[in-house]
Design a binder for this molecule. Structure first.
Ligand SMILES: *Cc1c(COP(=O)(O)O)cnc(C)c1O
Length: 435
């Protein structure tokens, strides 16, 4: 049995895998084919990293102080401290804490006075597009680059119209998008750039921390992100005036106690959320180290598997490694991404098809595009939507679990014909691959 005592300020769970699963050597032992599931409890992508030990005690102390102070929200001292920490860690003069990144994107878009159309990547979490749509803007989808999975700058220019008011680009998986090329195009057309940096806290681009690019950047501290405040986010900017405007907009447009000067919303972060966020920031190095080790364990575990590509990270940059992303090339791997996912889910390994099927195939964009007879092709997004799988990482998994997961992937690909026969009732590899 593998049970290790790990002393750490983050909740590292011990392996759930049973002895039987450590010895899975034959394809017939796969849960899909009647074997015992490797992880009865389920291993999830984005299981929250929570403080424990001394870090948890500090969090509890902060919560007690919040209650004693009876100051629960409206830019209290804990939110101020959280904002200062974010500003310090990103090297940006202004960080404004918000209740979540979706509201953060909306506030940033309003503060930049966007109108009409905004160019966004098609391969991103739906909130990038929905946040804009919710405030009456029209997201226009650009294809992404197959190497980076982020917006392909070569696709932007042909989407610019007189109605275009901005570019909103995502640093997908925490890997910086093509900042220089995007900003060059933006300068030429005099468009502001806002970055959806929901994945990219703690990451750098050419040595400069994400948070300091464009007009503003928006981080998410949602429970599933590697640093979390339950729900939460932050907007960062170098622009003093924009920062002042954002501060008004997150608080109903108030300037002072009873002077309203803007149409604002309520996007404030609560003190309790900020306390959780601070606990997260206190353990950031430790969480990144665990994520980094997990990434290396997957790298070793999946090495040499044909048709399986582990998305690399640039070793020269600061990274958070919060996503472990693989691409399955069905005809080389022997199984499609969906078939492999079925194998993993049967084992309790809840690998996710982020960001299937692409924003442009979700409503209302799918119908809008059909109605406008807009047949723009997004070949890279389409391919990634069929081939990307994200695997469990974070403080809930370690090398032991990853060895088991990697071995299951190996067995599944080796026994592909049996897996396919079970899933489709036929022996044709691509019977249900949809390609
Ligand atoms: C999580 C996420 C968001 C939304 O963040 P919330 O804080 O949950 O509102 C936006 N964009 C991307 C790319 C995300 O992954």
């Amino acid at each position: 049995m593998i049970t290790k005592e790990r002393s750490s300020s983050v909740a590292v769970r011990t392996i759930q895998a049973l002895e039987a699963t450590e010895t899975k050597k034959h394809v017939s032992q796969l849960a899909l084919l009647g074997g015992k599931p490797a992880f009865a409890e389920g291993l999830h992508v984005g299981r929250p990293n929570v403080p424990r030990g001394a870090a948890r005690a500090r969090f509890m102390k902060r919560m007690t102080e919040i209650l004693d102070r009876q100051w629960l929200t409206n830019h209290g001292p804990v939110v101020k401290e959280f904002e200062q920490e974010i500003a310090r860690l990103t090297g940006v003069p202004h960080a404004i804490a918000v209740c979540n990144a979706t509201q953060g994107l909306q506030v940033a878009a309003k503060a930049c006075e966007l109108t009409g159309e905004v160019i966004v990547p098609a391969f991103t979490f739906i909130a990038t597009a929905h946040a804009l749509n919710w405030i009456g803007l029209q997201p226009v989808f650009a294809d992404v680059d197959s190497a980076t999975h982020s917006m392909d700058p070569r696709q932007i220019e042909k989407l610019i119209t007189p109605r275009t008011s901005a570019i909103v680009a995502t640093h997908l998986w925490g890997r910086p998008c093509a900042v220089e090329q995007i900003e060059k195009i933006a300068r030429w057309y005099e468009l502001p750039v806002i970055y959806d940096a929901a994945h990219a806290f703690g990451c750098s681009h050419r040595g400069q921390m994400i948070g300091s690019f464009g007009s503003a950047e928006v981080f998410s501290f949602h429970a599933t992100k590697f640093i979390n405040s339950g729900e939460g986010g932050a907007i960062t900017t170098n622009d003093d005036e924009l920062a002042a405007r954002i501060r008004r907009l997150v608080n109903f447009g108030f300037e002072g106690f009873d002077r309203v000067v803007d149409v604002g919303t309520n996007a404030k972060m609560s003190e309790a959320a900020a306390a959780m966020g601070l606990a997260g920031l206190e353990m950031i190095d430790e969480v990144i180290e665990i994520n980094h080790k997990n990434y290396a364990a997957y790298q070793a575990g999946l090495a040499g598997l044909p048709g399986v590509r582990l998305l690399p990270n640039d070793e020269r940059e600061a990274r958070n490694h919060q996503y472990v992303v693989i691409e399955i090339e069905a005809d080389r791997a022997g199984l499609s991404r969906d078939q492999l996912r079925d194998v993993l889910w049967a084992e309790g390994i809840m690998a996710r098809r982020y960001f299937y099927p692409g924003c442009h195939r979700m409503e209302p964009y799918l119908t809008e595009r059909a109605e406008r007879h807009f047949h723009q092709v997004l070949p890279v997004t389409e391919r990634l939507a069929e081939s990307v799988l994200t695997l469990p990482t974070g403080t809930s998994v370690g090398a032991d679990e990853i060895a088991v997961i990697s071995q299951i992937i190996r067995l599944a690909l080796k026994g592909a014909p049996e897996v396919i026969l079970k899933l489709t009732g036929t022996e044709h590899a691509l019977a249900s691959a949809g390609s």
